[in-house]
Design a protein around this ligand. Structure first.
Ligand SMILES: Cc1cc2nc3c(=O)[nH]c(=O)nc-3n(C[C@H](O)[C@H](O)[C@H](O)COP(=O)(O)OP(=O)(O)OC[C@H]3O[C@@H](n4cnc5c(N)ncnc54)[C@H](O)[C@@H]3O)c2cc1C
Ligand SMILES: NC(=O)c1ccc[n+]([C@@H]2O[C@H](COP(=O)([O-])OP(=O)(O)OC[C@H]3O[C@@H](n4cnc5c(N)ncnc54)[C@H](OP(=O)(O)O)[C@@H]3O)[C@@H](O)[C@H]2O)c1
Length: 257
């Protein structure tokens, strides 16, 4: 059971209905690495007056932090309509209280990622969150020559953080590339299809101007578990395998469910 602290919501940004970023006061949270997750918790049925009932009434879930450690901590969340916690998180407004774990966890970090020339940060949906944190942290630029973010979503409205990522593309000209893919509509400047098929067809590498190879690349995968499984299969055909401390590889993953 995590050690909980009570924090306040500072800001709420809605990207599109049900897809949002909440920023909370992070002053009580211990230092963590970009890519790690914290638990958020709430009492969707109301906080019990009786202390003995608090633990059983609390609903908590892990969330990747979308910002490096600091006084403001950001989470990028999608409302799962029949979910237990997210409909409640969706209704939080600035000034509201939310419980957060004091200590972060997780091994989906640059520290646990093997060296390579290029790092591919591949996500579906809110799986983009840890990459926003990594892209805001200077360490990534000391470790890798090229950084490529691939974001796959259903609709163009779901393409959160685009302005920030395009600003990085300008600042780090030639070293950073954002590739976006939509599955349920077409839009200029984006690819159409699911990420694994777009890797197999070569469209993602053509858009990035860079190849995914076992010799040059490390690939981080985050989000929908079915995408992770398909990508492991696709990359396996390129002799790329999951990175383990005792058996080094090129793939590091974070499974959201
Ligand atoms: C390490 C880790 C980090 C995570 N980070 C994030 C994050 O940064 N942002 C985020 O929105 N979620 C994240 N999740 C998922 C999150 O923990 C919850 O599972 C999710 O918010 C649903 O909670 P719920 O109580 O509303 O739904 P539940 O009642 O728990 O229903 C869960 C179901 O919702 C679906 N689902 C869960 N998460 C997602 C998602 N992100 N996108 C699409 N469908 C989903 C799946 O079908 C899953 O079986 C993360 C999960 C893990 C394990
Ligand atoms: N705007 C929003 O994002 C929004 C708002 C409110 C509520 N919700 C709810 O939130 C939940 C999650 O929606 P989400 O769109 O964020 O997440 P998602 O269902 O994981 O979809 C994100 C992207 O992953 C793709 N994908 C799914 N399976 C894949 C696979 N096997 N391989 C590769 N790619 C795959 C999807 O393609 P496909 O389109 O082909 O499935 C989509 O482009 C749903 O319950 C949704 O109703 C979403």
């Amino acid at each position: 059971m995590p050690k909980w602290c009570t924090s306040k919501v500072i800001e709420r940004k809605v990207w599109t209905d049900g897809l949002f970023t909440i920023t909370i006061d992070g002053s009580a949270v211990e230092p963590f690495e970009p890519g790690q997750f914290l638990h958020l918790a709430a009492f969707p049925g109301g906080k019990p007056d009786d202390d003995d009932q608090i633990d059983s009434a609390r609903v908590n879930r892990p969330y990747s932090v979308a910002s490096p450690h600091g006084d403001r901590i950001e989470f990028f969340i999608v409302r799962v309509d029949d979910g237990e916690l997210t409909p409640h998180l969706w209704r939080l407004e600035p000034g509201d209280e939310v419980e957060v774990s004091q200590k972060a966890a997780g091994r989906f970090t640059l520290g646990k990622t093997p060296d390579a020339k290029d790092i591919w940060l591949i996500a579906t949906g809110t799986g983009l969150a840890p990459y926003v944190a990594m892209a805001r942290d200077p360490e990534i630029w000391n470790r890798f020559e090229n950084v490529i973010v691939v974001h796959g979503v259903r609709h163009a409205n779901d393409l959160a953080y685009t302005d920030e990522l395009l600003a990085i593309e300008q600042q780090r000209a030639g070293r950073f590339k954002l590739v976006q893919a939509l599955t349920r509509e077409e839009k200029d400047g984006t690819l159409k299809g699911r990420i694994p098929s777009l890797v197999e067809s070569g469209e993602i590498e053509a858009a990035a101007g860079c190849e995914i190879t076992a010799a040059s690349s490390v690939v981080l995968l985050c989000g929908n578990p079915a995408m992770l499984d398909s990508m492991e299969e696709v990359l396996g055909k390129r002799d790329m395998m999951r990175h383990r401390s005792k058996k080094p590889g090129q793939i590091v993953l974070e499974r959201y469910w």
